[in-house]
Ligand binder design. Structure first.
Ligand code: NAP
Length: 281
């Protein structure tokens, strides 16, 4: 039997409805959540992401400011803008779109953001909170994945959870959220020996590698939940994930599609973090 498809668009739409309702209440009591997004340079994909964030803000009733800065922007100019936004009362969340042009120090920019406005949860203070499990802001993509699991009634408690990828924005925080939810978690990466032997143990398999067709059917335990974080282009230049969807859906119990799985959840979780920030002032 074919796997149940986890519909990220539908889950995202229902969460946005809830965020919108809460925003209306908060606005009525005098605080409208505000998000500032800074984009430096002319990376086309980044422009699309920033536009989607702006649209997301409008959809739920947030105030937003988008700064589109030239690629020649200096570190000082960027830091001065972050500093201004840190002090601006109508802005509760600040996001600097990655990647920055090579001459800019991304780490220094993240460190300059007030941790109370760091809605991406990249600042070491917030990373520390995630590690402890005392969340202020949730890491957006992993938090979106936890919502997808909840939507299909999958509780990680006691389950074998395998995460492929150990980057700071997906793999590591994903492992932490699954661990806090009482999963037995294994993180795999490019030096993992016999990857398929590890992934076949997974009741919940999350792939954040960035390679089309990377997860094949023989790597998946029958009935497993397969979450595909990858956003890649295949040979036909079509958007696809890491998972060989057509083959894996014949083995898995649940699977997220690309597009329409994890992708729509990430911005929704960013909106939720911004609402949290606005409620905390
Ligand atoms: P990344 O920083 O390049 O990390 C890729 C990870 O995959 C690394 O940890 C790497 O291991 C591991 N890896 C590479 N080759 C491997 C192999 N042969 N076997 C096992 N592990 C291997 O990429 P990322 O930023 O995490 O992004 C991953 C994908 O997710 C990309 O397609 C990206 O576009 C997508 N993404 C989607 C969303 C969303 O909202 N849907 C959000 C973020 C990212 P090492 O650490 O050993 O190098």
């Amino acid at each position: 039997m074919s796997a149940q498809i986890i519909d990220g668009k539908a889950v995202s739409a229902s969460l946005r409805q809830a965020i919108k309702a809460e925003t209306a209440q908060l606005s009525a009591s005098g605080t409208t959540p505000g998000l500032a997004v800074i984009l430096v340079g002319d990376d086309p994909a980044s422009h699309v992401y920033v536009n989607n964030k702006k649209k997301g803000c409008a959809e739920v009733g947030f105030y937003s400011e988008v700064y589109e800065l030239p690629a020649s922007t200096t570190q000082q100019e960027l830091l001065a803008l972050v500093e201004k936004l840190n002090k601006q009362e109508n802005i509760h969340g600040i996001l600097v779109q990655s990647p920055l042009p090579k001459h800019l120090d991304e780490e220094a920019v993240v460190l300059a953001i007030d941790p109370n406005k760091d809605v991406d949860a990249f600042h070491p203070v917030n990373v520390g909170h995630i590690m402890i499990g005392d969340y202020r802001f949730l890491p957006c993509t992993p938090a979106g994945i936890m919502e997808l699991l909840k939507a299909v009634d999958i509780d990680p408690k006691g389950k074998e959870c395998v995460v492929i990828g150990r980057c700071n924005i997906v793999g590591k925080p994903m492992a932490m959220l699954l661990l806090h939810a009482h999963g037995t978690v294994t993180i795999c990466h490019s030096r993992t020996k016999d990857l398929a032997e590890v992934t076949r143990r997974a009741d919940i398999l999350v792939s954040a590698v960035g390679k089309a067709g990377f997860v094949t059917a023989d790597m998946v335990k029958p009935g497993a939940v397969v979450i595909d974080v990858g956003m890649n282009r295949n040979a036909q230049n079509k958007l696809c994930g890491d998972v060989d969807f057509e083959a894996v859906k014949e083995v898995a119990g649940y699977i997220t599609p690309v597009p329409g799985g994890v992708g729509p959840m990430t911005i929704t979780m960013l909106l939720r973090n911004t609402l949290t920030a606005a409620k905390n002032v």
